[in-house]
Design a protein around this ligand. Structure first.
Ligand SMILES: *Cc1c(COP(=O)(O)O)cnc(C)c1O
Length: 467
């Protein structure tokens, strides 16, 4: 299996190199050259299989012969052995024909664990085999950083540096990062906001010499390995609920469009999905785009679902590329316009293609709070604010005779204040995290200055000596 860049101007890579590269050299995102097909018979057989068996069956199609089958099977099995539910991603019936897909049973209580646990093991395997080291840097407002740190702790050939804005993450989120004390984990509390953290990370990737000296790599949501691992639960959930004999719809709380793009990939591979419903909070660029055909960035508004507070959705580029018939020239024109004027209009034919697969709707802050409160009253089920965005949108768009699956992207105890305000109930952390507030923390507070961060990283890695 080969991978091509959406911008059409970067080398075609195999699986391992595409994963290590993250972003393509031409600024584009990697996609498989073609979508592997899963037959209806095979989808039917998934109903009796475990999560890891299904995940292996799907992901192995994308690896080619770059990792031996048995080794890859072990990697997949190990990736999901730390989840705290026997089904890994269980389904819960919320109301007739409306199911919640709980993706938060991983070690940091957010759906990002499903991909990150896998990606860390695969990256480390590739590096060990090549006798190379890598340095991962990332900026986080909370969820990505904790999932990445938990997944990469103790990995042999990788150092990871995560920048979070000092004093601006929730205490649960901060402690999930800073209470991890392995030597290869480096937490930086930056004196600035999340945008400052992102600007520094972009700057590090833009410094060619630093990038080469540190073997810099990224694991943010544009890394193909993240999307790949998220395809698995669409197949698992749909086959549990009658696929391929029954078509199902999904509702997905969306920010950077990675999670829902994995649903689109599943559909391209043959999973009978009707509509993929894009659920946005008040940062509703995608809801506006599907209505008007115009993609226009605006200011970020802080909401109770911070992991979806975005100005633009980076993975939307992958969908545009597909909808444009994989024409990189047309895509580059739109991306240039985004850079120069903050927006673009989607050509008619591409928009029609997008609308045939997706709906999009926004949930206001009031609607999110009412959805959390209502759910708790009706059934005692606690929704986190991100999941509530998806449940609200699912109910608006649901056809009563069809199965709707709402993705639950975080455990309610990860966002206790919002849940308490909406429901009056204080969600409790699962047993295995109960001592989180008693553990020692380790992090360094650094100035908002790229050079200071560069020196800090260079002093702490061993990458340069090994080659
Ligand atoms: C990251 C995240 C999202 C958004 O997912 P995307 O792939 O960026 O669309 C939604 N909910 C939670 C809890 C998240 O952490």
């Amino acid at each position: 299996m080969k991978y091509i860049s959406t911008r059409g101007n970067a080398p075609t890579l195999g699986f391992c190199d595409a994963i290590l590269a993250g972003l393509a050299q031409d600024g584009g995102l990697y996609l498989p050259q073609e979508w592997p097909q899963i037959s209806n018979e095979e989808i039917a057989s998934f109903a009796n299989k475990s999560f890891s068996e299904i995940a292996f069956a799907i992901m192995t199609r994308f690896i080619g012969d770059e990792i031996e089958h048995d080794v890859f099977k072990d990697i997949v099995k190990k990736a999901y052995s730390g989840f705290n539910h026997p089904s890994i991603t269980p389904l819960v019936e919320l109301e007739p024909n409306h199911f919640i897909l709980e993706l938060f049973h991983g070690p940091t209580l957010a759906f990002k664990d499903v991909a990150m646990q896998f990606l860390a093991l695969v990256m480390d395997h590739i590096l060990v085999k090549r006798n190379q080291r890598a340095t991962i840097v990332g900026a986080t407002s909370g969820d990505t950083g904790s999932a990445a740190i938990e997944a990469f702790r103790g990995r042999d050939n990788i150092d990871i540096f995560i920048l979070h804005p000092k004093g601006r993450t929730s205490e649960v989120q901060r402690r999930q990062m800073t209470c991890v004390l392995e030597d290869n984990i480096h937490n930086i509390a930056l004196k600035g906001n999340f945008d400052d953290c992102q600007t520094i990370v972009k700057g590090l990737f833009g410094n060619k010499e630093f990038k080469e000296n540190t073997a810099l790599s990224g694991v943010n949501s544009i890394n193909w390995g993240r999307i790949l691992a998220q395809i698995t639960y669409y197949f698992k959930a749909a086959s549990d609920l009658g696929s391929p004999y029954k078509e199902v719809d999904f509702s997905v709380p969306t920010g950077n469009f990675g999670d829902i793009f994995a649903g689109y990939a599943a559909k391209q591979m043959g999973l009978p999905i009707g509509k993929l419903n894009i659920a946005t909070n008040e940062n509703d660029i995608l809801a506006r785009t599907l209505k008007s055909g115009k993609y226009e960035a605006s200011e970020v508004k802080p909401t109770t679902s911070p992991s979806m507070d975005i100005a633009v959705s980076s993975n939307f580029e992958r969908l545009l590329f597909e909808a444009l018939g994989r024409n990189s020239e047309d895509l580059n024109r739109l991306m240039d316009s985004l850079k120069q004027s903050g927006g673009f209009s989607i050509p008619q034919k591409a928009l029609a293609d997008i609308v045939s697969n997706f709906n999009a709707l926004k949930a206001s802050e009031d609607e999110v709070i009412a959805t959390m409160g209502g759910c708790e009253k009706e059934s005692g089920y606690l929704l986190d604010p991100h999941t509530a965005v998806g449940v609200f949108v699912a109910r608006q768009l649901k056809n009563k005779d069809r199965v709707m699956i709402s993705l639950s992207t975080a455990h309610p105890a990860k966002f206790p204040q919002a849940v308490k305000i909406a429901t009056g109930v204080e969600p409790v952390l699962p047993e295995f995290l109960a001592d989180l507030f008693e553990k020692p923390e380790r992090f360094d507070v650094l100035e908002n200055d790229q050079k200071i961060i560069e020196d800090y990283i260079l002093e702490r890695i061993s990458v340069t000596e090994s080659c």
